[in-house]
Write a protein that binds this ligand. Structure first.
Ligand code: BT5
Length: 310
């Protein structure tokens, strides 16, 4: 049997465990154990070697190994200290036929929002894009944006930030609804079945507000509650998203529960013109229903502004 890195890591986390004993238990050579330990140390795992053997002392702060360690969701993590855009890279992985890949970066140099807008992505954020290959019609793709918004909101709440969702793709904080996160979903495929979906989530986590565009009304987790453990935050986010994407019918009710848009007066700039009225509902897979006073309009895409009550 081949001793995997995970088996060694599990044993060390329950340590201390002597190298020879572990080699026997996993039925590999002592040299193989030693190689794994050295490799884990290179990846940033702190491993003590005392009289009783090896023991895991700490895991790396952030990165592929850090996020993969103990993650209860089936994503392969690809990490970059710096990259142009995790969505660009995830599209590339998806186009190669891969799925369930999470591309993660500390910094993006060419982060993108909708309509090719720039997305500021300084070091300290969680810039994450998932390459997915779900068996759904293309029309259902917006449900993944909603699922991501719910997952980000839940992970932020767990970190102590009172986050809410603003239709269609923003996560906001506070009465002034400053933007904590944005989501960019891209799809390729045929009408009856997508080839792939890339869900990009940009969350201002350990980011100083001065590093964010002043005009954007942005905020960060750091501004709200101080710096947090990005490893744990990313794991919670991936686990929440994984649960939601498996049950897309549950996404809309979950979204409603976390939304700040419903019940508000809104002005939505859509490709077909401006719609103003009360946001009364959201319908699967993610359309906003606005009551203009004369009629109910169902909007599938647009930029939404919350207005003061009339
Ligand atoms: C979005 O677009 O909100 C989607 C943002 C998606 C970013 C992620 S990061 C990981 C992945 N890789 C990428 O390249 N993209 C995704 P939109 O709704 O169009 O909002 C864009 C607007 O938000 C900009 O025009 C600015 O006004 C504002 N903005 C830019 N950077 C921001 C930031 N870091 N925080 C808050 N607002 C920001």
């Amino acid at each position: 049997m081949q001793a995997t890195r995970e088996q060694v890591l599990d044993a060390l986390s329950e340590g201390p465990v002597a190298g020879p004993a572990l080699a026997d238990r996993l039925d590999v050579s002592r040299a193989a154990i030693w190689k794994h330990v050295e490799q884990l140390r290179e990846e940033g795992f702190e491993i003590d070697s005392g009289d009783d053997g090896y023991e895991l002392v700490s895991v790396p702060e952030f990165g592929a190994s850090a996020v993969a360690y103990g993650l209860e969701a089936p994503f392969e993590i690809e990490y970059h200290d710096s990259i142009d855009s995790t969505n660009r890279r995830a599209r590339e992985r998806a186009a190669e036929g891969e799925g369930d890949v999470a591309v993660l970066a500390d910094e993006q140099t060419g982060g993108r929002g909708r309509l090719d807008r720039a997305w500021a992505s300084p070091s300290g954020g969680v810039w994450l894009s998932l390459a997915l290959r779900p068996e759904v019609p293309i029309a259902h793709a917006p449900a993944f944006t909603l699922a991501a918004a719910v997952a980000v909101t839940r992970a932020a709440r767990e970190a102590g930030v009172n986050a809410r969702i603003k239709w269609p793709n923003d996560v906001v904080v506070g009465d002034d609804e400053r933007k904590l996160a944005g989501i960019l979903t891209e799809v390729e495929g045929e009408a009856d079945r997508v080839d792939w979906v890339v869900v990009g989530m940009g969350i201002n986590v350990n980011v100083d507000p001065s590093a964010l565009p002043a005009a954007a009304d942005a905020t960060s987790v750091q501004e709200a509650v101080g710096p947090i453990d990005r490893r744990v935050f990313t794991q919670r986010l991936l686990e929440e998203f994984d649960a939601l994407r498996r049950d897309l019918d549950a996404v809309v009710p979950a979204w409603r529960a976390d939304a700040t848009t419903l019940g508000k007066r809104v002005r939505v700039e859509t490709p077909g013109g401006t719609v103003e009225g009360e946001a009364v509902n959201i319908s699967f897979p993610g359309a906003l229903v606005v009551d203009t006073g004369e009629e109910r309009v169902t909007i599938t895409a647009g930029d939404c502004e919350h207005l003061r009550p009339a």
